[in-house]
Design a protein around this ligand. Sequence first.
Ligand code: SF4
Length: 353
Amino acid sequence: MDWFASKINTWQKAHGRHDLPWQQNISAYRVWLSEIMLQQTQVETVKPYFIRFLEKYPEISELARASTDDVLALWTGLGYYNRARNLHKTSIIIHKDYQGAFPSCLDRLTELPGIGRSTAGAILALSMGKRGVILDGNVKRVLSRFHLIEGYLEERTTTDELWRHADRHTPAIETNVYTQGIMDLGATICKRSAPACSECPLVNRCGAHQHNLAAQIPRRKPKRKKPVKDSLFFIICNEDKEVIVEKRAESGVWAGLWSPLERCKEYSLDQILEELDLHEDSVLNIATESPIKHSFTHFQIKATPIYVRVRSSACSEFGAGFRWVNSDMIRKKRVDVGMSALALKLINNGPLG
Ligand code: SF4
């Protein structure tokens, strides 16, 4: 074990995190689930989702037997829904082709939907006692600061260099301690802003600290301005606090999730009423609220909410692809369909109650 790994391991045992939900009753299933949920998501956000997920699907076989809609419903609000779809696909493969046990080699693991090299490394190291190498966001930050890597994180040469360092430092023994330790150090000491260098076990040899560059590393390419898509969202609510939602297409943004009706900005309320076979006399009141901006990787949506309250008596059944959801259930996070965070926000913030 080199100096770097030895410092990390000693620190982890004394100061690292030991009480995260996925550190109890460790299994490949639990580590995999936590790693997928933690991608681009904070630990505190993930905790309740992880617990709810395991309550509903304590074993991978139960997840494999679930419907994609049920899995998306449980994922509602966590974002990046492709993670949930891939999670479900992988559970089916593990259940059918591997008799419910995750393969224990890197190549087989990275063939599975949604499992990249770093997630596979975490599964090997944290749940199987094997040597697996990880390079998640926290690890990239620690390594690039320690080794004073000044290239942009988005560039292949930088990532390749980071993988070389990650591989070189990962010890053959106590890999689980090291893996947890470097993640914990990145999350709690070598934080994105204001790293606590005085408490860091690596401080004596850290390049960024010695050159007073910790705040500038890792470097990210300046962001380009994202194009904005202007959309209207019709939040149609009845007197029983039910809201009409529509199933979105199986590809594209929020694929397969349910949402208030999104239409282009030229769309009119009359057109919506006609689509839903509602007479204009059934409309009790209308309120247009200020737009909400929601950012994706490559573009933004400027969502203008139009709240329409209609008489309950006027509402009949709609065609397939539409349904009612109870807004109180949404507020209590007990909705039984998958919905995006923006859809939840539009409904929860509504003035129609
Ligand atoms: S000394 Fe500071 S910058 Fe260097 S690894 Fe530790 S916390 Fe990060």
